[in-house]
Design a protein around this ligand. Sequence first.
Ligand code: ATP
Length: 599
Amino acid sequence: MQNYVREEKARIELFKMSEVMANGTNIKWDPVLSRLLTSLRNNSGNLPSTEEDLSFLSDLLQSKELHALVNVHNKIISNGASGTFFPMLSTSMHVMVDVLEELASVPHASDECRELFYLLQKPNIQGVLCAHDAVAQKDYYPHLPEIPPDVDEEEETVKIVQLVKSNEPLGATIKTDEATGKIIIARVMHGGAADRSGLIHVGDEVVEVNNINVEGKTPNDVLSILQNSEGTITFKLVPADGKLNLRESKVRVRAHFNYNAETDQYIPCKEAGLNFEKGDILHIVSQDDAYWWQARKEGDRNMRAGLIPSRALQERRIIHERSQANNEEPEPLCVGSPLPVLTCNQSPKSSHCASGPKTKKIMYDTTENDDFDREHIPTYEEVAKLYPRPGIYRPIVLIGAPGIGRNELKRRLIDTNPVKYKTPIPFTSRPVRPGEVDGKEYFFVSREHMEEDIEANKFMEYGEYKGNLYGTSTESVKAIISSGHVCILNPHYQALKILRNPELKPYIIYIKPPPLEELKETRNAVHARSTFDVNNSRGFTDEEFSDIIKSAQRIEFLYDHFFDATIVNADLAVAFSQILQKVSSVETEPLWVPASWVQ
Ligand SMILES: Nc1ncnc2c1ncn2[C@@H]1O[C@H](COP(=O)(O)OP(=O)(O)OP(=O)(O)O)[C@@H](O)[C@H]1O
């Protein structure tokens, strides 16, 4: 019954297709393909055996690509048959040189002559002519030898693959199969020579390399055979049972660490490694291997993917390094065995613990207990592009060490367009002073009310100063966003954990101090007021400058994987113009954000 239904479905499908072909659409269907369909329709015995096969056949026969190919094929055949498809000459390079000499000797050349003279000297034109001559002379490279005919009939199915050795790596790695002891293809790099050949697949068994039997040999022996061979390399391979799906994944990640394959003692093949830097966007094309992913740098034109440590491997490596740094018994980093369940129980003992500011006007989040923030091990973060949405602006968050200049930069930014840029009005439990208006400098509320809201997590940051509570509510940030304004924030860095969420989608700019001497010089030159002083009545002390640097190091250590941009605040005008650029890019360009924000 099932078979009957399947055949009937198939017949209907094919009938529809042949009707479309017969009755016409915009596409000019090839008559041979139409005949093929009609005959399939009339001959149910030849129908494919599964629905998957049927839908494949259906898609294929209807695809524009197939029809375009058939058309091209027909054209080539008919041109070849009529004898009109042949090169006019095979020495166009000589003609070009003659023309150039001729043109060079013309005393008062016309504009056309001058243009031709200029064009013929262009390397791309010369390249085209050179390629034309090579094709016309049938001077094809490489000259492959005949495939050896002496394949033993008794032997299992083998495939003979010939590749020409070039500067480009093969893009495949081999290993000894643990169960059989045979040499097999361990990995084929996406877009590499082996992958593009379409002839070598993961799991293929390597039987011979250049007629040398590799049975019982190690991968290193095979490598030295490859290294010592010149020109064409011939592999005799036993194909793997099922071909693995080599379709590229579309995952993009932002790297949160620097990686250099050269110095990685665990990578199976250094040449296959892909180096990258913290912040780079990587296109992960394959995660088939638990330890080694294949990736390309986003926007890189190099087709061949490279190996990078998987998230699991990198997490284990960091745990291992932290254990070593803490003189604990390190967990063995065995990259060949199944992964143990990862637990993140290491809390780094940072060497650069900045002592918090001693006298601060408002001490936001007085706990300062962020030692555990680095329990999370930043490796890769899946990202996707967020396109600017008209009328909905991402909040701009300026993060940095106290005293580095976030207030100054925020004030300047708002001054450029106070209607567009807004900052939330903080709440306080302090009594209203004469002249103050509720909702202007502060929203004045009772201490009980504020404590309740703090308890209910309604504040993105809060703190106590001289017995009064101060804080900024998340709701007031949302209100600015939903009213179509750009919200500018300069919160305490611990607020990042609350702010960085899919609803607010903040753009986080880290304001970094310049080196200590430059920090002092730039601030002292303009008599900058210390924000560590309650009255703002004096400049920064040397100790405060050092505290800014230490505090910045700690923020970077804890949160640099959250930063969308980093701006060094040395020269104030330069830093401000960079802020303006970044803010404009947030409003106009698609930018990478955590993938969960755009789903
Ligand atoms: N690049 C710079 N060159 C010279 N002075 C600067 C520069 N950036 C900021 N300043 C000055 O440094 C002082 C402190 O800046 P600001 O108040 O903006 O710091 P802040 O990061 O907001 O500090 P806090 O968070 O402690 O309030 C101000 O007097 C400001 O004008």
